[in-house]
Design a protein around this ligand. Structure first.
Ligand code: ADP
Ligand code: ZN
Ligand code: ZN
Length: 809
């Protein structure tokens, strides 16, 4: 871990740490500052790297060299190019993230900046307009002639490359003129003129003489209409580039490049502000009247939170400021993005990590120049460099996807958004029907402005939730996943021509495969979990949901060779199949990670459903994230139990959120909704609270328990995860680390573990975990930082730090 002082210095420092723009594994290096040169964190510099000069970002200044570094061997910063990569107030935010999440600042920059930003930025120089005439005295002959040449030009702004090539004395003249303050250099984000192309594949031959995989791929291409992007075909046919190239060489298909437009500005028809309900109006009034700070908007599902966001943003834009809107997952909320685009037009940009490098760079540049005034994005968009930020909105603020698991920093976008709001002096609006307990606790304690919308718009009722005891179904001899009540409800819904949603928390066909002869389950060779059975057109398939290892379905048990394999546990695929079997006229669509792997697949499925081309949507948690489908009157939750019994203190909070959110998809239109919640534990408090839409009661009970047991939000947790290919070294390192922590006064008696993670081996690596309860805030983190800096694990062991972990592994 680095030790440095970020920010400007009183006394010029002698060394700087620089994140270099080079494809090296370790990218942070120490450089010497030449006499008289000053630099501060966030400055862009030019430094020698290998045999060339590269761009870099100053991470911080050092008064003292780390031990072991020989000052004589350090290279010198070539020049300080200036600032301009960051909006004001942005650098302190990055420093704060690094500090809080116990990671080097370089890691934060790598997360926050679009990849390759420095190499895409161009270095330029310009004449200093009000340079002192005296500054020219005593210039070298070369520099003098270079200066005169530049002044004789019609403009005062030049590319660095042009100057180096054309000026007498080249780089040394440039340096001299810069030192005299006659010339200054800076970075711009060049236009990326390079058009983007995408590979497409088109059917060329009849494919008659093909067999096996090749025939299947050609058949798949034909089914898709004969011409699709290579990416799509790879995903749909589950094949490889190599095979496509072979087919191309054989004349069966043709692969070609097609130009595509980058960042087609979101198109949507215009949308006028809605007449606000009383509740919405009150919320907006209080929001406008409040001093900037965090705001929790607790509004039940369907209470019209989106309209509040839109109308809160409008005046911000009118003032010439910008707004940042964070959503859990962009693909899952195409409707939301569309509404923003429809309301605010060309000022809206969508920013998330699934964009291409070029798209991200373009968007970043447009944000800095103010062309993009509203940015809708996922987690990483919390670092969007919007100047003059006037409002931050976090929709579904309870959602776990705001937390980054890997790689470090394991930041939470909500936490970072609150800091950003503080630095920018703007409100941060957190919206949810099921607020995170930490947010809720702070709001009720008066630390956040707490606003409520307890009713749905237009007096629509919240859907009635019927809890069905699945034990009784079994007793009555019903072995299907659908209770009699649900079956009747589906038939009724279908008869009335309405739509429904079925929620199941696992994807795939069967969640595990067991040998009836020897009792072994089929396991992933790289992970300590069972494989999930998927049925695919290309053949049946086993897949690991941890490392994505795939294998064809074996005909016999690999342990005892018995053919007697059985499939247990239903996933989305099986539910969809069984539903179609039972209701042959019902048109079923599946909505999970498998069916939405293609780009834009989320939108396509939702639009298809929205147009009424299917009757039922069967899906996983994806369904819970803010879908607004007014025609849906029935929601079935197939097995709530899978959610309730996870080994994590947050399991019940997540279950409550999930059940409430999925139930909230019903009855959002003019017809009232109905929810059927199937469970083997109808008396479970979470089931009771979710079935009565009683967030407050649930929150009070859960918070009491958390306080008693010393869990967040009352104490901070820090998880240290150790992993390695070798089990022995992980265990030894974990125990050594635990001894260190035990010896520290700050954490004494507050250490849980070390223990193997719930799934001890993933992708061939063993994982152990230590959980620290830190009641001392910053002081506790500081001593942890110091301890971790000194700790050296066994060879091959990595230690990952997760501050405020959301999921205990
Ligand atoms: P939430 O995000 O709180 O679950 P939405 O913002 O999706 O709710 O709103 C639910 C539904 O109510 C949407 O279909 C929306 O178009 C509609 N709606 C919201 N506000 C109003 C309003 N003021 N007048 C009429 N309809 C509204
Ligand atoms: Zn067997
Ligand atoms: Zn695996």
């Amino acid at each position: 871990m680095e030790t440095f002082r970020p920010g400007p210095l009183l006394r010029p420092a002698a060394w700087v740490q620089v994140l270099v723009d080079a494809p090296a594994r370790e990218r942070t290096y120490t450089y010497r500052l030449a006499d008289g040169m000053t630099a501060a964190g966030g400055d862009v510099v030019c430094v020698p790297f290998g045999s060339q000069l590269v761009g870099g970002i100053v991470l911080g200044c050092l008064d003292q060299l780390p031990t072991g570094l020989d000052p004589g061997r350090l290279k010198t910063v070539e020049s300080v190019v200036g600032t301009g990569l960051f909006a004001p107030g942005f650098w302190p935010l990055l420093v704060r993230v690094a500090d809080y999440y116990l990671v080097p600042l370089a890691r934060v920059l790598e997360t926050a900046l679009p990849p390759g930003i420095l190499s895409r930025a161009r270095r330029r120089v310009r004449l200093v307009a009000d340079a002192a005439p005296m500054a020219q005295w005593g210039l070298s002959a070369a520099a003098k002639s270079a200066f005169d040449f530049l002044r004789s030009q019609a403009h005062a702004d030049f590319s660095w490359r042009f100057c180096v090539q054309r000026l007498s004395g080249g780089v040394s003249s440039l340096r001299e003129l810069q030192a005299r303050r006659l010339l200054e250099s800076y970075y711009v984000f060049g236009e990326t003129a390079r058009p983007r192309t995408q590979q497409f594949v088109v059917l060329a031959g009849a494919g008659a003489d093909l067999c096996g995989r090749s025939a299947a791929v050609v058949q798949c291409l034909r089914r898709l209409g004969g011409e699709v992007s290579v990416e799509q075909l790879l995903a749909e046919a589950r094949t490889t580039r190599a095979l496509l190239q072979k087919l191309d060489a054989g004349g069966h298909v043709r692969i070609y490049e097609r130009q595509i437009l980058r960042l087609a500005a979101p198109t949507a028809s215009a949308d006028a502000p809605k007449l606000l309900t009383d509740a919405q109006k009150q919320v907006l009034d209080r929001l406008q009247g409040a001093t900037p700070g965090p705001v929790l908007l607790e509004g039940v599902t369907g209470s019209g939170k989106t309209e509040v966001y839109l109308q809160a943003i409008a005046p911000v834009l009118d003032r010439g400021e910008s707004a940042l809107v964070l959503v859990p997952e962009i693909g899952l909320t195409p409707q939301l993005t569309d509404r923003f685009a429809a309301r605010f037009g060309a000022r809206v940009r969508v920013y998330h990590s699934a964009l291409s490098e070029g798209e991200r760079f373009d968007c970043w540049r447009q944000m800095l120049t103010g062309e993009a005034q509203v940015v809708v994005g996922t987690r990483s968009a919390v670092f969007a460099p919007l100047p003059k930020l006037g409002l931050i909105v976090l929709d579904e603020e309870h959602d776990g996807s705001y937390k980054q698991d890997r790689p470090a920093p394991c930041y939470h976008a909500r936490t970072v958004a609150l800091w950003r709001g503080e630095l920018a002096g703007c409100p941060v609006l957190l919206g949810s029907a099921t607020p995170d307990l930490e947010s809720f606790d702070r709001a009720t304690a008066g630390r956040y402005l707490h606003l409520e919308m307890p009713e749905r718009v237009a007096g629509r009722p919240l859907p009635a939730v019927e809890v069905v005891d699945m034990r009784e179904e079994l007793n009555r001899g019903n072995f299907t996943p659908f209770s009699a009540t649900l079956q009747r409800a589906v038939a009724e819904m279908h008869g009335a021509g309405r739509q429904g949603i079925l929620f199941i928390n696992r994807r795939g066909y069967s969640t595990f495969v067991l040998c009836r002869n020897c009792g072994e389950t089929l396991r992933c060779p790289h992970c300590a979990v069972s494989l999930t059975y998927h049925r695919l057109e290309a053949g049946d398939h086993l897949r690991c949901h941890y490392c994505n290892h795939g294998a064809p379905q074996p005909r016999a048990c690999p342990h005892c060779t018995s053919p007697n394999l059985r499939y247990f546990g239903a996933g989305t695929q099986r539910i969809a199949a069984q539903l179609s079997e039972q209701f042959p006229t019902l048109r079923v669509l599946r909505f999970d990670r498998d069916t939405t792997a293609r780009k834009d697949a989320h939108r396509q499925i939702l639009e298809q459903f929205g147009r009424g081309e299917a009757d039922v949507l069967v899906g996983t948690q994806m369904l819970t994230k803010g879908l607004d489908l007014p025609q849906v009157t029935l929601v079935g939750i197939l097995a709530a139990d899978g959610l309730l019994n996870l080994p994590d203190f947050r399991a019940s909070e997540r279950a409550f959120q999930l059940l409430t959110q999925v139930a909230g998809r019903a009855g959002r239109g003019s017809e009232p909704g109905r929810v059927i919640l199937q469970t083997y534990a109808p008396e479970h408090p979470v089931v009771e609270a979710a079935s009565t839409h009683d967030f407050r009661r649930y929150a009070a009970a859960e918070l009491t328990q958390r306080r008693a047991l010393g869990y967040p939000p009352f104490v901070q947790l820090v998880a240290l995860q150790l992993s390695a290919a070798e089990q022995q070294s992980v265990v030894e390192s974990a125990e050594a680390l635990a001894r260190r922590l035990d010896g520290s006064a700050d954490f004494e008696g507050r250490l849980l573990g070390p223990a193997p993670c719930t799934v001890e081996r993933v992708a061939g690596r063993y994982r152990w975990q230590l959980l620290i309860k830190n009641p001392n805030g910053e002081a506790g983190r500081a001593s942890l930082r110091a301890l971790l800096t000194q700790f050296v694990p066994c060879a091959g062991v990595t230690v990952a730090v997760d501050v405020d972990p959301l999921r205990l592994l």
